[in-house]
Design a protein around this ligand. Structure first.
Ligand code: GLN
Length: 491
């Protein structure tokens, strides 16, 4: 059930907030052992808050006031968003047991809108990964097929929504971490224009790319989430100085959609079938399809992995055993005789970070190092500008660009862990919009292909596929309206 319907049921008195939250918690108790979407479940907090909201509802009704837009709706929070008093561990040993001393703006706004956060969700350590297998707490499993990954890095949030534990969850998207797991789990995920939603309280990975991003069962709830989460925040200097956009409506008839040109054979067969069916449905509904090339598109992956790792190496320098979280055991009470501060940093970081995080810190430090900086970081920055120019030229011809969200469906757990490059390629279709700072949304589209091709049995075997819409900067609301119009075509 979606967030708006759940709220309406509560307002109509068909369920109390306490009953709603209890049933979500019971569901998590029963089924999250196998899915492992959550790292922490804050039962006491959630039950107390639910009871308080039920009391508040009586008063609101007495005053004839309208309860806020997420009143009583259970939500889940990715474990890299600060939530005051609760563990925000980024799925890293580094921050094990670290309790946030303040609350992220995005979390605060959900709570102010009446939502009930149930807990924090699993993720790749510090949001580095595409499968949620880089979590120090073990992977999350895809609720549609428990032998497969849910995508990542916001795999826990996507799985929590796909499993039906919550109708809405927060993730973060740096290079695709919300769109790709949403696609692989068969739910909807939206990365806004860079700066649209405050990053205050989001643990930094690649600051010029990171965006807090919602995941929901449908686009209408994403539109609601955008209206709640966006807007000016004095605490984030990169946050746009514009009010939150209101939902719009867009007809498909006459809409100019760019069909992204991709290298031949770059999509898995199942993805290609679903994507072709989606494009055909859009065309049948009156959209005008036009092939669009991004001439610098093939630079996106190398550019992203230079810039994101450079920024990560700098952002993660703060985990030094002094300021936050874990310190290497042998240095906890007192420095061993002869030990230097430098050795304490090294021992702490060796013990605290997982392999992928270390790989990225090394790569990022290298591309920023003296003598290499212009060859790597400088060139990547220039490539990023060229890609942004490609998009600007494309948006003179089309209203939005469509492509699959991911070139593959959810792969089996463990299939790519030994080969980081093959893991990085999972981001080919999501990273370009991140580099250009553009809004992008993933909507499920596999049902359309099933409708066309599937007999009963094949239908069972079909794994989710997402259709991605990328739009011009600032046009978040219009982009979501298009995605909703597409969603309405699906059975
Ligand atoms: N999978 C990409 C990476 O590993 C994207 C991660 C993200 O968006 N946080 O960097």
């Amino acid at each position: 059930m979606d967030a708006r319907t759940l709220r309406e049921q509560i307002l109509r008195g068909e369920a109390t907030v306490l009953e709603t939250v209890r049933s979500a918690l019971a569901d998590i108790d029963r089924r999250d052992g196998e899915v492992h979407a959550f790292l922490t479940v804050e039962k006491d907090y959630a039950l107390e808050r639910a009871a308080a909201l039920d009391r508040e509802l009586v008063e609101l009704k007495a005053q004839g006031a309208v309860p806020p837009p997420l009143f009583g709706v259970p939500v889940a929070i990715k474990a890299n968003l600060a939530w005051q008093g609760f563990e925000t561990n980024c799925a890293s040993r580094t921050l094990e047991n670290w309790r946030a001393p303040y609350t992220a703006t995005a979390v605060r706004r959900l709570v102010d809108a009446g939502a009930v956060p149930l807990g924090t969700t699993n993720m790749d350590e510090f949001a580095m990964g595409s499968s949620t297998e880089n979590s120090c707490h073990g992977p999350t499993r895809n609720p549609r097929d428990l032998t497969r990954i849910p995508g990542g890095s916001s795999g826990g949030s996507a799985a929590a929504v796909a499993a039906g534990f919550v109708p809405l969850a927060l993730g973060s998207d740096t290079g695709g971490s919300v769109r790709q797991p949403a696609a692989l789990c068969g739910v909807a995920g939206f990365k806004p224009t860079y700066g649209r939603i405050s990053r205050y309280g989001l643990v930094a990975f690649g600051s010029s790319l990171d965006q807090v991003s919602p995941i929901a069962t449908n686009v209408g709830d994403l539109e609601l989430a955008l209206a709640i989460l966006a807007g000016v925040d004095e605490r984030d200097a990169t946050c746009l100085r514009e009010p939150a956009p209101r939902p719009q409506s867009v007809g498909l008839a006459g809409l100019r959609l760019g069909v992204l040109e991709m290298a031949p054979n770059s999509l898995e067969a199942g993805v290609e079938a679903a994507y072709n069916a989606a494009a055909a449905a859009l065309e049948a509904a009156g959209a005008v399809l036009k092939p669009i090339a991004l001439p610098h598109g093939d630079l996106a992956i190398p550019t992203y992995y230079v810039l994101a790792t450079a920024e990560a190496s700098s952002n993660l320098a703060r985990y030094d055993g002094v300021r936050y979280g874990l310190r290497a055991k042998q240095y906890r009470d007192q420095a061993p005789a002869g030990g230097s501060l430098q050795e304490m940093f090294a021992a702490t970081r060796r013990a605290a970070f997982g392999a992928e995080v270390k790989r990225r810190i090394l790569l990022g430090t290298f591309v920023l190092s003296h003598g290499y900086q212009d060859a790597w970081y400088g060139r990547a920055s220039r490539a990023r500008r060229l890609l942004a120019q490609d998009y600007a030229a494309a948006f003179e011809q089309v209203d939005a660009i469509i492509s699959p969200t991911s070139p593959c469906v959810a792969f089996p757990l463990g299939a790519r862990t030994a080969d980081p490059l093959s893991m990085y390629l999972a981001d080919t279709l999501t990273v370009p919009a991140s580099l250009a700072g553009l809004p992008a949304v993933s909507v499920p589209c596999h049902a359309l292909a099933e409708e066309r091709n599937g007999s009963g049995q094949d239908r069972q075997a079909e794994l989710p596929v997402g259709l991605q819409f990328v739009g011009p900067a600032g046009e978040d609301a219009r982009l979501l309206a298009m995605a909703r119009a597409f969603e309405e075509l699906a059975p």
